[in-house]
Design a protein around this ligand. Structure first.
Ligand SMILES: [Zn+2]
Ligand SMILES: [Zn+2]
Length: 147
């Protein structure tokens, strides 16, 4: 049996339908789709809900692939350095990470997107301006989207 995430030492075999973390009877909130933990049941929390470990893994993989791939393509193959390109690059990385992590818009996802964009910008040799712009665009893109 797993241990309740809110009450250490309390064993349970019920998991939240939303974040899949183990919860004990004290934390169960009945919803139309099943029992949710008190964090996921809070409507306000839905935009910043828990990102699963496998979603982090996918998001990191996709983000790195797009970040490094884009960085190499822009910096090495195309050799272009317009601010629009850096901005587009950052947004693309942001979108890739956001989709990879399951559409979450949390500061953690934004940080991951920024890190992937930063790495791609370094590998692509974007220079200081492109580096800052690409990284910022990735983070802002994740946090500002509303769909
Ligand atoms: Zn939950
Ligand atoms: Zn509990």
């Amino acid at each position: 049996m797993a241990e309740c995430v809110f009450h250490p030492g309390v064993e349970t075999n019920v998991r939240c339908v939303e974040c899949e973390r183990p919860i004990c009877p004290k934390d169960m909130v009945p919803t139309p789709v099943g029992y949710k933990c008190r964090e996921c049941a809070r409507p306000v929390k839905s935009a910043t809900r828990f990102v699963k470990p496998q979603q982090w893994a996918i998001g990191t993989g996709v983000g790195l692939a797009v970040g490094l791939g884009g960085g190499v393509l822009i910096g090495w193959v195309l050799g272009i350095g317009f601010w629009v390109v850096y901005l587009g690059f950052g947004m693309l990385v942001g979108e890739a990470v956001r989709r990879g992590t399951g559409g979450h818009r949390t500061p953690g996802v934004a940080a991951l997107a920024a890190a992937c964009a930063l790495l791609g910008a370094i590998v692509g040799g974007f220079g200081e301006f492109g580096l800052v712009l690409g990284t910022a665009a990735a983070a802002v893109y994740v946090l500002s989207n509303r769909w």
